[in-house]
Design a protein around this ligand. Structure first.
Ligand code: 1CP
Length: 340
């Protein structure tokens, strides 16, 4: 698998490429399946349909890896939280974690066993996926998941969870401990079910100042990385802490791939991070609206990464109204231009 080879710094015939959020709303084929089950969470829980939409971007766009169709929030959901995806509002937890009572109710030990629909999706998808394409499993970082669990949904200010960090840090650590423990077993079960690599999404890393990022987010990510790499050294682990370009020189660990977000110049990431890591990224996702803008960025990023270990990706998720034709153009262009 060329994607896995690139993760492990082996030479590849071209630069492998996939897109964060590649299975989803910009594909009419996805919308049709989603409608047929009556909503996003139902789709995650229907392993046959979840597998179908996992495979769609491979069939339609020719990406080099499929990413499991699910969501980071299934961990808090199966720890006992009441999750609903509300149209126009995104995810909502009706019982946010604010008190010791709330904390006590979180069932970190039971959650991994309840996620059988994810493991079934993985098994079926790995069965159907071409041998040369990788299947990526994933989870949210404990911090990114905790922001939703504490706030009760998406937030622009992180006011409640950040106030908690300064007023009652121990309480936040207790939540993070539980989420970390559940996530380790969850990822391990994904690997046992057949994923070829795993990615840890820390989409809200940049909500924290430097010291707090290392204390409340990175520390737990590294704990998960070590747990996986100690047991499955051949499974690549990708980390994606978004928006932390100011302290890249403090980033190290046992992971294989560092996901570079679009706001971090690729040259900077390449200079500041040890060359033992493969870099993944990082075209600005909004460029997908213009073929000229795509071409300019693909040329530029391939140039910077020439001779270095690289997986092409967007610097964050694809937006819902991107023309499918442009997404196809992007994937093909990367594969053709990078071929040696
Ligand atoms: O059909 C729909 O309208 C639901 C939209 C949707 C989709 C397609 C959500 C709701 N989640 C997903 C799938 C998803 N989420 C995947 C599967 C693979 C893929 O689509 O390619 C993955 C990897 C995620 C990860 C995820 N969910 C993250 C981390 C990555 C990122 O983009 O930052 C986060 C933060 C979430 C939470 C989430 N899920 C969905 C929404 C609307 C949100 C909230 C986002 C926010 O707070 O801004």
């Amino acid at each position: 698998m060329i994607f896995i080879d690139a993760c492990l710094k082996k030479e590849t015939p071209y630069t492998p490429v996939w897109m964060m959020r590649q299975a989803g709303r910009y594909l009419p084929e996805y919308m049709a399946v989603r409608q047929s089950v009556g909503g996003f969470l139902n789709l995650c829980k229907d392993y046959k349909k979840a597998s179908e939409v996992t495979l769609q971007p491979v069939d339609i766009l020719g990406v080099d890896a499929a990413i499991l169709f699910s969501d980071i929030l299934v961990i808090p959901l199966e720890m006992g939280m009441d999750l609903e995806f509300i149209k126009g509002q995104g995810p909502v937890f009706h019982n946010p974690i604010r008190t010791d009572e709330d904390l006590k109710k979180l069932d970190e030990k039971g959650a991994p066993d309840k996620l059988t629909y994810v493991y079934d999706t993985i098994k079926l998808t790995r069965d159907k996926l071409a041998q040369d394409k990788a299947l990526i499993g994933f989870c949210g970082s404990p911090w990114t998941n905790a922001t939703y669990m504490i706030e009760g949904g998406s937030t622009k200010t992180y006011a409640i969870c950040k106030k908690m960090i300064y007023q009652n840090p121990l309480f936040v650590h207790q939540i993070l401990r539980k989420v970390t423990d559940a996530t380790k077993i969850y990822l391990e079960n994904q690997i046992k079910s057949g994923v070829n690599a795993v990615q840890i999404f820390d989409s809200w890393a940049s909500a924290l100042e430097k010291d707090k990022f290392f204390e409340f987010s990175w520390k737990y990510i590294i704990e998960i990385v070590d747990y996986i790499k100690d047991r499955y050294p051949d499974i690549p682990v990708i980390v994606f802490p978004k928006g932390i370009s100011g302290y890249l020189d403090k980033i190290s660990g046992n992971f294989d791939v560092f996901g570079v977000d679009w706001s971090t110049p690729m040259e900077l990431a390449s200079k500041k991070l040890s060359d033992r890591y493969t870099l993944q990224g990082n075209m600005e996702p909004t460029r997908l609206y213009s073929k000229d803008a795509i071409k300019e960025s693909v040329e530029n990023i391939l140039n910077i990464m020439k001779g270095k270990s690289h997986i092409f990706n967007l610097g964050h998720g694809i937006l819902p109204d991107v023309p499918v034709e442009n997404a196809k153009y992007f994937i093909k262009l990367v594969q053709e231009m990078s071929a040696v």
